[in-house]
Design a protein around this ligand. Structure first.
Ligand code: PLP
Length: 426
């Protein structure tokens, strides 16, 4: 870790916490984050030449693994034709058509440069479309770091123990209502009282930023009904789940059609891309067609579009998601049975190339409260043992894990051997 330690010390003088995004600082688990210089398929190599099996995948985008030849070639070809025009290109239309083919609810869309931009813009659009100010989100769901959405948020906000950020005006935060995930009754009660003032419900259709939590049967369907009854916009934040849990996203998996969808992560294949889109009548409210303003100098950047297009094209291979799901399942089932043998209460969940594990005692974890009841100390010791053994897991119990199409059953089995050692030492 010598070189990583040096680099981290130097970085702390330049970047708050030494990092450019908070969870990277290892604040929750302690220790020095490895500095990476190279990735290949499921493997990462740090500055001290230590090799890791990667289960973060840049927090989701690297669904094909690192340095996928088809994606690298597409990026190199596009780069040689200029890095940016700030003007329309054919490739942005090609990518949009491919997205729409798999998520037909996205009748129109707009490309942006991050997930945060996508959700922030979708919220503004929903407010502009309905003429209402309030929005509903769920505790522990993370929708990027814009002011309206940084209320009872997950991911880094939770990891740092600050689900509500300083600097968000109270008057604005008041307009963001929050309820427990998976509690449809609470949503019904809220809408019975305040429904005519609520512009939108925004939800992670599979929560991935308080660990991974699946929706209970009927939850998403119920949100659809409530939004229809009250004229509110249903926004599925699929920045994480889009092209990650199923070729059609969580909306394809559960067959619930949102009014608006936000995307990011996988659709850029590792370059900065986001998108939001949905019903034509709503999207037509966006400038230049309508009064809701939204813009971006680098939106639809041709290199990023080429990277996304090559990534989504590779996802269309026959049985891609079945194989990915099977590999994820091999990992989660393996972890569950190892924990059981070691007498440790671990609950696991996986879908497509996304997984979660909670040191939760027994039983399924279905909301934020249950997540918070997990054993933080066990998580930390497990994390560090795995890192020592060359397995790179998210340094927080409030993040999901990611398996890529480049992970083989041998990679998974080697991971499980290391996990057995880690679990026995707890
Ligand atoms: C990662 C994430 C975001 C934010 O995307 P950034 O590209 O980090 O701004 C928003 N919503 C969800 C569900 C995410 O997982």
């Amino acid at each position: 870790m010598q070189r990583s330690e040096q680099l981290f010390q130097q970085a702390q003088k330049l970047f708050p916490g030494g990092v450019n995004s908070p969870v990277r600082a290892f604040g929750r688990v302690g220790g020095t984050p490895p500095y990476f210089k190279r990735g290949s398929g499921p493997y990462l190599f740090d500055e001290d030449d230590k090799q890791y099996i990667d289960y973060i995948g840049s927090w989701g985008p690297m669904v094909l693994g690192h340095a996928h030849p088809g994606v690298i070639k597409a990026v190199q070809d596009a780069a040689s034709d200029s890095l940016s025009f700030g003007a329309p290109t054919a490739v942005e239309t090609e990518l949009a058509l491919k997205i729409q083919q798999h998520l037909p609810s996205m009748q129109m869309m707009r490309m942006v440069s991050s997930g945060t931009e996508a959700t922030m813009s979708a919220i503004r659009l929903a407010r502009g479309f309905t003429g209402r100010d309030k929005i509903l989100k769920f505790e522990g769901c993370y929708h990027g770091h814009s002011d309206s959405l940084l209320v009872k948020a997950g991911s880094g906000a939770l990891t740092m123990g600050e689900p509500d950020s300083a600097g968000v005006p109270t008057d604005l935060a008041k307009l963001t209502l929050t309820l427990p995930y998976n509690n449809l009754e609470a949503v019904e009660q809220l809408f019975a009282v305040d429904g005519s003032n609520i512009a939108a419900i925004i939800v992670e259709p599979i929560a991935g930023n308080m660990g991974m939590i699946c929706p209970v049967p009927g939850f998403l369907e119920g949100l659809r009904v409530i939004c229809d009854q009250h004229g509110a916009v249903l926004i599925f934040d699929e920045v994480m789940t889009g092209f990650r849990v199923h070729i059609g996203g969580a909306q394809g998996l559960y067959k619930v059609r949102p009014d608006l969808t936000t995307l990011g992560k996988v659709i850029g294949g590792g370059l900065p891309v986001g998108a939001f889109g949905g019903r034509t009548d709503i999207m037509q409210c966006i400038a230049p067609l309508g009064p809701v303003y939204q813009a971006g100098t680098l939106s639809g950047n041709p290199i990023a579009m080429a990277s996304g297009l090559a990534t989504l094209t590779a996802l269309e291979a026959p049985d891609f998601f079945q194989n990915l799901h099977a590999m994820t399942h091999r990992l989660t089932e393996g972890l569950s049975s190892l924990a059981e043998s070691a007498g440790i209460g671990l609950s696991t969940v996986g879908q497509g190339g996304m997984f979660g594990f909670f040191f939760s005692g027994q039983g399924p974890v279905s909301n934020f409260e249950a997540v918070m009841a997990g054993d933080a100390d066990q998580f930390n010791r497990f994390f560090h043992s795995m890192l020592d053994q060359g397995v790179y897991l998210a340094p927080s119990p409030f993040e999901s894990g990611f398996v890529s199409a480049s992970h083989t059953s041998e990679d998974i089995d080697r991971t499980l051997e290391k996990a057995e050692r880690a679990l026995q030492s707890l």
